[in-house]
Design a protein around this ligand. Structure first.
Ligand SMILES: [Zn+2]
Length: 467
């Protein structure tokens, strides 16, 4: 059980309903929850005291859509390739060459970088066999992060026009693509096994959802069965919506309208990307309460397009934020996503007021919590909420001057300012040192990641640029 401690004299970005910022605040944490917030100090008796002088205390960042396992496939392997080329000639064959040990190692490497840059909660989408999924979930639990594992699946390969268009720009099409398709029965067997075994583990810190990967590769009947099954169990459903123009229609309907026609748009649906949308699509997303996750780095990296995020925010859709695959980003640092989300939409719309720093910070905190169905528990620093928080050192030259904390965090922070990280009051980083991983272990993780990645490249026959 997490201890009792107080953070004193920190500038507190509460992210509460009023977006209150307390210039010199104290926050008491008891039993993993925020017990008291004060502008005039807290006499907490024997509680441990952390001096927040010159620091900012903000809610932990929520990465609402990622693919952690791909992290061993970064380092140049996927760079400068089109989506289908990247997906079918790097990601898919690479992932097939992973061992369960590689899967667990990917989580450890991810956790080192993500915790150091202030992420406290993450959703990972993985289309992998059960033994690898188990290795990942165990490692995610060990990391101390709040985590959701979504077991992705495809039922069908691309066919017809979609296959033709993909084929036209992928030389190796049909040679290296491992279909890894699942039948409806396999999907239910594997998902229920993982949900029964892990969902709700560690006091609810570890969650498991189903993940029908991309609507165009999943039969609508199966998608609907999975969605109903998830609804009966209080689970969400993670998917990809309209990332690539090639996948933005199903059976002649825009994908959002296809999902609506099958009754699949609901608060349960956590839809990554949502790039190629019409006004009607946005209206349907808003009416249904579906969750939308914006992935700016990935969308730029793969040239997928620009999601109409300001329009969605204008409709009142609480868009969340994520890093997507760790090998089409290639960072897992949410501060980069915040900065890029701010800048991207201003540039594309030729309007510096298209989106604000406060809106994007909301995406990375409050809206992320809502995407996970945890808006009552995390996403802001408020009495009674779980203490998922980060404390940033604001002393660096790049953080000066500082007049408006949301703007400074969005445009000036690198993520390296994060010094303390807590999930449910449990420290994951203390004064710049990871709590659950020693410096020696961290060095070993880096070395093992390099060696494991090289071995995967060898086994999968991946092409290293420049060789
Ligand atoms: Zn994704």
């Amino acid at each position: 059980m997490a201890g009792r401690f107080v953070i004193e004299n920190a500038c507190v970005l509460t992210q509460n309903e009023e977006r209150e910022v307390i210039p010199r605040g104290s926050v008491l944490v008891e039993d993993g929850r925020v017990a008291e917030i004060s502008e005039s100090g807290i006499n907490a008796g024997a509680a441990e005291v952390i001096d927040g002088e010159g620091m900012a205390l903000i809610p932990g960042l929520v990465n609402a859509h990622s693919h952690i396992m791909c992290i061993l496939l970064r380092g140049g392997l996927g760079a400068d390739r089109r989506l289908m080329d990247w997906r079918l000639n790097v990601m898919a064959p690479g992932q097939v060459a992973y061992t369960p040990e590689d899967a667990a190692l990917s989580v450890k490497l991810f956790a080192c970088e993500a915790i150091r840059s202030g992420t406290t909660a993450v959703v990972t989408n993985e289309r992998i066999p059960v033994p690898l999924a188990e290795a990942m979930i165990e490692a995610m639990d060990d990391s101390g992060m709040r985590s959701v594992f979504a077991l992705c699946f495809n039922e069908m390969s691309p066919s017809g026009k979609l296959a033709e268009r993909a084929h036209s720009h992928i030389a190796a099409w049909g040679k290296t693509f491992p279909p890894s398709l699942k039948t409806r029965d396999e999907v239910f067997e594997e998902t229920s096994h993982l949900v029964d075994k892990y969902h709700g583990r560690s006091g609810g810190r570890v969650l498991v959802w189903p993940g029908p990967n991309i609507p165009v590769y999943v039969k609508p009947e199966t998608f609907r069965e999975v969605d109903e099954w998830a609804g009966e169990r209080g689970l969400r459903v993670s998917t990809h919506v309209s990332e690539d123009p090639m996948e933005s229609e199903v059976g002649g309907l825009p994908v959002v309208q296809h999902l609506a026609a099958w009754g699949l748009l609901s608060e349960r649906l956590v839809a990554g990307h949502c790039i190629h949308l019409s006004e009607e699509d946005i209206r349907l997303l808003k009416e249904s309460g579906a969750q939308v996750v914006h992935l700016p780095s990935s969308n730029m990296y793969l040239g997928s397009g620009v999601s109409p995020v300001p329009r969605m925010l204008g409709y009142g859709i609480p868009v969340a934020l994520g890093t997507d695959n760790a090998n089409c980003n290639d960072l897992v640092n949410m501060f980069w996503e915040i900065r890029l989300a701010c800048l991207l939409h201003k540039g594309v719309q030729q309007d510096p007021a298209a989106i604000t720093a406060q809106q994007v910070l909301d995406m990375a905190t409050r809206n992320g919590a809502r995407a996970l169905g945890l808006e009552e528990e995390i996403g802001s620093i408020e009495v009674g909420k779980r203490a998922d928080m980060i404390l940033l050192d604001m002393s660096g030259p790049h953080m000066h001057p500082n007049h408006h904390l949301p703007s400074v965090l969005a445009y000036q922070a690198h993520g390296t300012e994060v010094r303390w990280v807590w999930v449910e009051g449990e420290p994951l980083m203390e004064a710049g040192r990871l709590s659950k991983i020693s410096e020696d272990e961290e060095r070993t993780i880096r070395e093992e990641a390099q060696a494991a990645s090289a071995a995967i490249v060898e086994r999968a026959g991946l092409i290293v640029p420049g060789t």
